[in-house]
Design a protein around this ligand. Structure first.
Ligand SMILES: *Cc1c(COP(=O)(O)O)cnc(C)c1O
Length: 365
């Protein structure tokens, strides 16, 4: 084990507060005992408040990818439109194909957001009954206009909107019911700032109904099976109870101590800090107007060694940022400003990067 913990400014997993790690050490309970049902029941109203919904919220003992798979398996009857403009949206298209579900991919360049007109044009064909959208592309730091796309999809009563909000949920307001979403999923190791291994997944009533009508494509991820146990405040299989304790503690912190609005405002403030810095010394990868509120993908305009920078941050400052994703490695680097990080943490990180790269001196202004 490393002697010093490097604070995580990576877009998942993110830094976890010691109180949360403590909550995970609660003595083990049995998953069919009343204590576990009580814990499950206690989580429900908090999850509903967190996602601005009166509908069903499931917990998956899997990473986000499992819930992405569940969404297409349970909600697509006819054909799904996969909107692809980054690595994770591309993954959702691959998942769809791997599951043998009819699909069409609409691809944008990775620095270009999806515009509502593009979605409208596709849905007008009447071919589709579902759309997959990655709200916040963690590979590129691009935030697609969820609100406007949801508005378009709502005009088509049979089309369900399935949203991956993995690196946004907990950092940005997403009102599940008001937007008329059908699936909204996020692993907890990003803006919710818990250790990886659990995924929160809100599902609309009509999506639960459609799942009943579809010939089962999955057991582990079946909405109808999950719903049956959900009614008893249980999970069909053995859930990660340690995560349930952690989530309960974190939702209390988010809803009662920090407050949702203040949490979202803190994310805005951190995004502004990092993006002002990135514009001053480098560049920001996605097109203007669609920069993420939870991470910034910085273009390496100075031709620095990104790996060298990351290594120095870890060895000399106990901080870790992330290299570019896939083909964007060394061409970009990513700074996460999400979860429970503070503006002071972010200021410290930017100061450290400036020291390592010799920026911010008289010549750089
Ligand atoms: C991290 C991430 C995923 C994949 O998450 P896992 O928890 O590793 O399965 C999917 N989508 C987005 C947008 C992500 O940021």
């Amino acid at each position: 084990m490393r002697k010093n913990h490097a604070k995580l400014f990576t877009p998942g997993p993110t830094e976890v507060r010691p109180e949360i790690l403590q909550a995970m050490c609660t003595p083990q309970i049995h998953h069919r005992a009343p204590e576990c049902a009580d814990l499950y029941a206690e989580l429900q109203p908090k999850l509903k408040k967190f996602l601005y919904t009166e509908q069903t919220v499931f917990l998956f003992t899997s990473s986000s990818t499992g819930a992405m798979e569940a969404a297409v398996q349970n909600c697509v009857k006819k054909k799904v439109l996969n909107l692809v403009n980054g690595a994770f949206s591309k993954r959702w298209a691959q998942i769809t194909q791997a599951c043998g579900i009819p699909n069409e991919v609409l691809e944008n360049p990775w620095d270009v957001a999806f515009k509502p007109e593009q979605v409208d044009e596709k849905l007008r064909t009447g071919e589709f009954d579902a759309v997959t959208l990655v709200f916040n592309e963690t590979s590129t730091g691009l935030m697609n206009p969820l609100e406007e796309i949801a508005e378009v999809v709502r005009r088509y009563p049979d089309v369900f909107l399935l949203v991956d909000a993995v690196s946004a949920m907990g950092g940005v307001k997403i009102e599940f019911d008001r937007l008329g979403l059908d699936v909204l999923l996020a692993g907890v190791q990003k803006a919710i700032a818990l250790p990886p291994g659990l995924t929160i997944c809100a599902v609309s009533d009509r999506a639960l109904r459609r799942a009943e009508e579809i010939k089962p494509r999955t057991y582990y991820f079946s909405f109808p099976v999950m719903l049956k146990y959900h009614a008893k405040n249980q999970h069909p299989t053995t859930p990660s109870t340690a995560h349930m304790y952690a989530l309960n503690a974190q939702l209390d912190y988010i809803l009662e101590e920090e407050g949702l609005e203040r949490r979202f405002a803190r994310h805005e403030e951190m995004a502004k800090m990092v993006q002002a810095w990135a514009v001053k010394y480098f560049d920001v990868y996605p097109e203007k107007g669609y920069w993420s509120k939870t991470l910034t993908c910085v273009v390496n305009t100075r031709g620095i060694s990104v790996k060298g920078l990351i290594d120095r941050l870890v060895s000399d400052y106990n901080m870790r940022i992330a290299n570019g994703y896939g083909d964007l490695k060394e061409k970009t680097f990513r700074i996460a400003h999400m979860g429970d990080l503070t503006p002071a943490d972010v200021a410290g990180l930017l100061h450290a990067i400036n020291e390592i790269l010799g920026l911010g001196g008289p010549r750089d202004g």
